[in-house]
Ligand binder design. Structure first.
Ligand code: IVH
Length: 661
């Protein structure tokens, strides 16, 4: 009786959910929905053993996991090759036609979100995973279940995997950022980051509150379901109640592809979600098979990316920021505009020469774009829009924070504040010390560091490690409870066991970036030995020139710095290089590797590090002594040599898989 009612309620609610979120055509009122939901919640609370995996009550969230488990994709999740103009669209079509004389294409909007794989067993959703590196992704089942247009159960009891995109609509994104500003939290740069941040939550009630949605566009094992082409696959998924994008078209010539791109570009700004291009797929699956794949992307599909968006806005003022080295960077204060899904209020102006070159005046109308998708920059001034009221830019001569006189050093374009005790510099140094590539002390972003600095708890780097002495006071601060302070203190505690390169980078020695910090730790193994090294000795190391060597040397000559390091040591901060040999893997141990071509998920440097950390050796050329050649896309002659010599070849996927054994 009870089970029957639960079954009925689940059916009603899941249907209502589908009608509301996927079809946009509700057949019951919100009040009716709420009253069925209340009834189901009550029944489930009183009868926990009757809670079903496809109950819509999971959409409310509440499940909290300890960590993200890994999920290996049965078929790797590939990404797509990018093209940026119509000539490249024509090249793609020509290449396809060499293999398939009369191809049909399916053109789809390229949704700007993150891809997801969903697995259903006997019609019930059992797992959801991110793409990860394509081979292994993260298990986000608990969060996926809260996404309203993902069906928890299908109309038929089949086993199936479907793939698509999780995204956040522009209106949900804007609302979320407004709420975050009110709470003093960092805003997300764009809807894609917001969606990715939302599925990476351990607590599913957070993702439930984020209004995520999906479009499904891929069936990796279509043939099992007797589905012969992409058009049928989309229909098949739509019949299974998945959300499928409505603006998809089948075409059969390159001119029609281009027409489709133009049509989508023209409706782009009216869409309620962000797209960053168009995906063109050969329709027939047998044709897809004939075309095949390269090491990382299919040859039967391609992504046409829209050109970077530019918008016009007014430059209201020029402000000045002080970095951790004292460097002064002018910044444009702009009238807020929406650009690629986020609201832009400022843009970097680099230095005074840049402002002169671009002929920028205060009050100008400027066009801005996002370089590398994140940092906005001024492209040009619309001089034809000048009214005569614009004010010429004037470089400041005093630090905007501490008032000290600014100086321009020889060989540098920028001005510097030379007051080593300038608050802005101190704060930036503290933020840098805790940043991800340095000591990686999570939680110490701009806001907290600035607050703790101004309150006097965190004035110098060494203060991080005595912060716990202020625990009771910190816990009483508004906005911080015991839990958040414990978290921060734990993160500090954990940073004590970092390897030396993180500490060296975190110290913020001028000209010592992440890579140099690594070279120094590998060469000297302990901080004490590095401190003892003189300029001459340092310059003998590959990649360390005299400028870096001098900078290192003068840094450690300062008593203040040595005192700080002694305090870090007293607080048990590790100052030794921790070799990574403990990761030894027999597939790599004592073997000689050669890399050729471009890898998708790792830089060459990272790939080499991975090989060495597993006990392998890197060399540059293929010979009989080479054990394995790792082949990325567009490999060079090393690949041919390896084939001729019969040497073992690993694709990128095999390399990653083997490294995880
Ligand atoms: S098909 C093997 N279709 O774009 C085919 N991808 O740049 C795999 N994306 O990783 C992808 N909209 O996250 C496909 N309609 C669409 C898409 C789409 C967005 C994303 C997806 C993929 C990335 C590649």
């Amino acid at each position: 009786m009870l089970e029957k009612r639960i079954d009925e309620l689940i059916k009603i609610l899941n249907k209502a959910n589908y009608e509301y979120y996927t079809l946009d055509n509700p057949s019951i009122t919100d009040q009716e929905y709420d009253s069925y939901m209340d009834e189901l919640i009550k029944l489930e609370t009183n009868n926990p053993s009757l809670v079903r995996s496809d109950s819509p009550t999971v959409r409310i969230g509440g499940q909290i996991i300890d960590e993200f488990k890994k999920i290996t994709h049965s078929i790797p999740m590939m990404s797509l090759g990018d093209i940026f103009n119509y000539d490249e669209v024509r090249d793609f079509d020509t290449k396809v036609r060499k293999v398939i004389p009369n191809p049909e294409y399916v053109c789809e909007p390229k949704i700007d979100g993150l891809s997801v794989s969903l697995i259903y067993k006997k019609g019930k959703l059992v797992s959801g995973a991110t793409r990860g590196d394509g081979v292994v992704g993260e298990d986000i089942t608990h969060n996926v279940k809260t996404i309203k247009n993902i069906p928890l159960s299908l109309p038929v009891d089949i086993d199936i995997e479907v793939r698509g995109e999780i995204y956040m609509s522009i209106s949900s994104f804007t609302k979320l950022n407004e709420e975050r500003i009110k709470k003093g939290e960092k805003v997300f740069a764009n809807p894609r980051n917001a969606a990715a941040g939302s599925v990476r939550q351990l607590d599913s009630s957070i993702s439930a509150s984020r209004n995520l949605a999906t479009f499904m566009y891929h069936m990796p094992e279509a043939q099992i379901h007797n589905v012969k082409n992409q058009e049928e696959a989309l229909k098949f998924m739509s019949d299974l109640t998945f959300a499928v994008n409505p603006n998809i078209e089948k075409v059969s010539s390159v001119d029609e592809i281009i027409k489709y791109i133009e049509k989508i570009a023209s409706i782009r700004s009216d869409l309620p979600y962000e797209i960053d291009g168009v995906v063109i797929k050969v329709n027939n699956f047998l044709d897809q098979k004939k075309l095949g794949v390269t090491a990382k992307v299919p040859k039967w599909a391609i992504a046409y990316k829209f050109p970077a968006e530019e918008v016009l806005t007014k430059l209201n003022d020029i402000e000045f920021c002080v970095g951790r080295t004292g460097k002064i960077t002018p910044r444009a204060d702009l009238s807020p505009v929406r650009l690629k899904g986020s609201v832009v209020r400022s843009a970097t102006l680099n230095n005074q020469d840049y402002i002169k070159e671009k002929n920028i005046m205060i009050g100008d109308i400027v066009s801005i774009r996002k370089a590398g998708d994140v940092i906005p920059e001024v492209v040009e001034v619309k001089t034809e829009r000048r009214t005569g009221d614009e004010v010429p830019f004037k470089m400041i001569d005093k630090c905007p924070i501490c008032g000290s006189k600014l100086v321009k050093k020889e060989g540098e374009v920028a001005y510097f504040c030379t007051n080593i005790n300038c608050d802005a510099r101190n704060i930036e140094s503290l933020i840098h010390f805790a940043s991800r590539d340095a000591m990686n002390i999570e939680g110490f972003g701009e806001r907290i560091v600035e607050d703790f600095y101004n309150m006097g708890f965190l004035k110098k780097i060494e203060d991080y490690y005595t912060l716990k002495e202020h625990k009771t006071t910190l816990m009483e601060l508004e906005g911080f409870g015991e839990k958040s302070i414990n978290n921060l203190l734990n993160n500090i505690e954990n940073s004590k066991s970092n390897s030396l390169e993180r500490l060296i980078f975190g110290l913020g020695i001028k000209h010592v970036g992440k890579k140099t910090a690594k070279i120094l730790s590998e060469n000297y193994k302990t901080l004490d030995k590095l401190i003892e090294a003189d300029t001459e000795e340092l310059s003998l190391i590959d990649d360390i020139g005299s400028i870096i060597a001098n900078s290192i040397n003068s840094y450690f000559k300062e008593d203040k710095k040595i005192n700080m390091i002694n305090k870090l040591k007293e607080n048990n901060v590790n100052t030794n290089y921790l070799s990574k040999e403990k990761n030894i893997n027999e597939l790599f141990l004592d073997k000689t590797f050669v890399l050729t071509g471009t890898l998708d998920s790792l830089s060459r440097e990272e790939a080499k590090e991975l090989i060495e950390s597993k006990g392998g050796k890197n060399t540059n050329s293929v010979s009989k002594k080479t054990d394995v050649v790792i082949v990325g896309s567009s490999p060079g002659s090393k690949y041919d040599n390896a084939l001729n010599l019969g040497i073992t070849i690993w694709t990128e996927d095999e390399f990653i898989k083997n490294s995880r054994r």
